[in-house]
Ligand binder design. Sequence first.
Ligand code: ZN
Length: 255
Amino acid sequence: MRIVRYQQDGEAPKFGWLLDEKVGEIQGDLFGQYRRRDAKTPLADLKLVAPSTPTKIVCVGRNYVEHAKELGNEVPKVPLIFLKPPSSIIANGETILLPPQSAQVEHEAELVVVIGKRGRNIKPEDTKGYILGYTIGNDVTARDLQKTDGQWTRAKGFDTFCSFGPWIDTDFDPADAVVTCRVNGQMRQMASTRDMVFNVSVLVAYISSVMTLEPGDLIFTGTPAGVGELNDGDEVVVEIEGLGALKNPVKAEGK
Ligand code: ZN
């Protein structure tokens, strides 16, 4: 099933499910008991918003060997994790704003895990039961500030620096899918999720040994090699085989 969140006639966003470009409302609790209404409303008639409202966004650094190398880093012995604030979220189609504090904002194409059930100290073999599904993400990063600050909160935390969507796919298999990133049609990143240093089960188990994971929380699983600059007027597209495409225009803030 593909899950979307949408707005119609200025009402509060609702969850829905997608079938053949048509959307049906999900009534009840997406993470508990719910009922699916018939998918009748054309997707084109709705405004899709980001498909989850996480309490936190946990990200994994240096989870592909070639990406760790390109920035002159070693692959970590245990997953390297950091947080992005929910205020940085934007949806598919919304604009990534380049802040005046940075001269080097970069894209990071990533597979994103969406948590479906509250969990702490989840065992790797049990993680499947805690995952709602998967979506596509762009972990936008001010690379210059990441280097100068040491702590990554500012470099990763600007408004509009967390794009994900357009939907959550509950049947996606994360074992071996091609992740690509194109800027203005030009290929920048391409790798398979099979090249991750720590796979999804290991990541969910490891993060849940630190913090309670809540329904709707996101885990950005790291980016492959090929990260590069975003400039005013660009269009960045992250695609994951079997999941779809996430597209965002880029603008300099205040322009
Ligand atoms: Zn990242």
